[in-house]
Design a protein around this ligand. Structure first.
Ligand SMILES: [Zn+2]
Length: 80
């Protein structure tokens, strides 16, 4: 009984989070499509950055690629 009550409260909390994400009319920072649950949120400056999980992966790969490119050029002595 206690377990089912905890589970029900947990589900209610999760439902609220899902509703907040889907009702926020927020769009993904990367693809600009409406956010769905689950979403990733990061505090940016000046505002929150929200992403679909797959878009977060794509963005990270591109950021790492750009950092690698800058590091390569720096190591090769190229002017940036
Ligand atoms: Zn996205």
């Amino acid at each position: 009984m206690i377990l089912s009550k905890i589970r029900a409260q947990k589900d209610e909390g999760l439902a609220q989070v899902i509703a907040q994400v889907e009702d926020s009319h927020s769009t993904c920072f990367y693809c600009s499509e409406p956010l769905t649950f689950p979403a990733i949120e990061w505090m940016g400056s000046p505002e929150m950055i929200c992403l679909h999980p797959d878009c977060a992966t794509r963005l990270c790969i591109r950021i790492f690629r750009d950092v690698h490119e800058i590091q390569q050029k720096t190591e090769d002595g190229e002017q940036l």
